[in-house]
Design a protein around this ligand. Structure first.
Ligand SMILES: [Zn+2]
Length: 198
């Protein structure tokens, strides 16, 4: 990892970001032990300067932050931790220590897109997505058409579970179609942004 702990008396700032929403949740300090404990236990742990000991976020409230991954910055003196919070992060009860609402899960779509791209580039027999790519563009496009019809049918009824299921199917197959055509969702966003500016 090669983090420069010595630069600031064995402590480096650790910024914690929600692994799904991308929101910045809080900032604390980690020493080498805190980072090791975070990775061993899977629960984000800091060195608390006020308590003068290791402090696992959530140890009293139960609102742990489950560790996902980490990155070190260009100067090797700051850590970015990605985590999944089990509840509100701040002791004030706010979603984040910067008082932002952390409700959106839409950035999960980027993870999903990365998975879809991987299934295209590294196909395996077990993967449904890979099997779609293998069948070719006509099949993928047809599937989007079928899912569109299914969501229309569910829209006429009042079954939340079935409607949301079809909405998820349509979105998923739409993303597969974009990937099959070699476009990014950002290409579509660009069109929407352009329209909005008019
Ligand atoms: Zn706070």
């Amino acid at each position: 990892m090669n983090i420069d702990f010595e630069k600031m008396n064995d402590l480096v700032p650790a910024i914690v970001q929600d692994a799904i929403s991308g929101k910045v949740l809080m900032q604390g300090y980690m020493n080498e032990e805190a980072l090791a404990k975070t990775q061993e236990t899977g629960k984000v742990t800091f060195f608390s300067r006020s308590k003068n000991r290791l402090w696992t976020k959530g140890e009293t409230s139960g609102n742990f932050m489950d560790y996902v991954s980490m990155a070190v910055d260009c100067d090797r003196d700051s850590i970015l931790i990605k985590a999944k919070p089990r509840g509100p992060v701040c002791h004030t009860g706010a979603d984040t220590c910067f008082f932002e609402v952390n409700a959106s899960k839409t950035s999960f779509i980027d993870q999903l897109r990365a998975i879809i791209k991987d299934r295209k580039n590294n196909p395996n027999d077990q993967s449904y997505t890979a099997s779609l790519f293998a069948k070719g563009i006509n099949k993928v496009a047809q599937k989007v058409g079928e899912e569109a019809v299914e969501i229309v049918i569910e829209a006429k009824d009042d079954n939340k579970e079935l409607f949301l299921g079809e909405a998820a199917d349509l979105l998923f197959h739409y993303l597969v179609l974009l990937e099959a055509k070699g476009y990014e969702l950002d290409d579509v966003m660009e069109v929407l942004i352009q329209r909005h500016q008019k």
